[in-house]
Design a protein around this ligand. Structure first.
Ligand code: PCA
Length: 203
């Protein structure tokens, strides 16, 4: 008898940006790609860190894989814990140029869209799972106003509650942290995202 394909959990990361040479989010998404987790097949994809290209790339992956859940990852250098983002805002305000040279400042993303959209992932359950495993975790009220927030906003609006969508920001890797900047080893980042994803899929 043919086996039923497992539902897909889509995990996205971003490529390096702003002069950096690596992005842990891309590495974590690649590490989880192909794994089976909580009765789901994980598909990990990398998105370009560019306002015009990131959401079309994620939308394409969603169309292709029809995921049961979408978890987007990005780097937030300077944060010391895995940050579960609560809300995406309808605002683009870049402090650095993206990978295509675009740098929108003070712009609404969707003129007819709501000011903010809440994550539809179970952040409380995800947070508890990481706390239990002693992975540094925090809830965050803003994913910023760069490409990460942009993708979170668009992905939530696109899903319209049909599948859960959320965003998790990751600390810098030890090798990329500047002096005094908090960081988290890649293995811990992978462990933390895996646990968070598992908790979300169980919910
Ligand atoms: N972090 C950036 C964009 C890509 C990434 O990994 C952000 O926080 O917007």
């Amino acid at each position: 008898m043919p086996t039923q394909p497992l539902p897909i959990a889509l995990v996205s990361g971003f490529d390096a940006f702003g002069g950096g040479s690596v992005n842990p989010s891309e590495q974590v998404a690649a590490a989880l790609n192909g794994q089976r987790l909580g009765g789901h097949q994980v598909v990990g994809v990398a998105l370009p860190t560019a306002f015009d290209a990131a959401w079309p790339a994620l939308r394409h992956a969603i169309k292709q894989h029809r995921p049961a859940l979408v978890l987007c990852l990005g780097l937030a250098a300077g944060r010391g814990a895995i940050s579960l983002e609560r809300i995406a805002v309808n605002w683009a305000d870049a402090r650095v140029a993206d990978n295509q040279g675009a740098q929108p400042t003070g712009q609404v993303i969707a003129p007819r869209g709501p000011a903010g959209v809440f994550s539809t992932l179970p952040l409380g359950a995800m947070k508890r799972a990481l706390q239990k495993a002693q992975v540094p975790v925090e809830e965050s009220l803003s994913a910023g106003a760069f490409v990460c927030n942009h993708v979170m906003y668009q992905a939530l609006r696109h899903a319209r509650g049909r599948w859960p969508v959320g965003f998790v920001h990751l600390p810098a890797l030890p090798e990329q942290a500047t002096p005094g900047m908090p960081s988290l080893a890649l293995a811990e980042q992978i462990r933390g995202v895996r646990l968070a994803l598992q908790a979300a899929l169980r919910h």
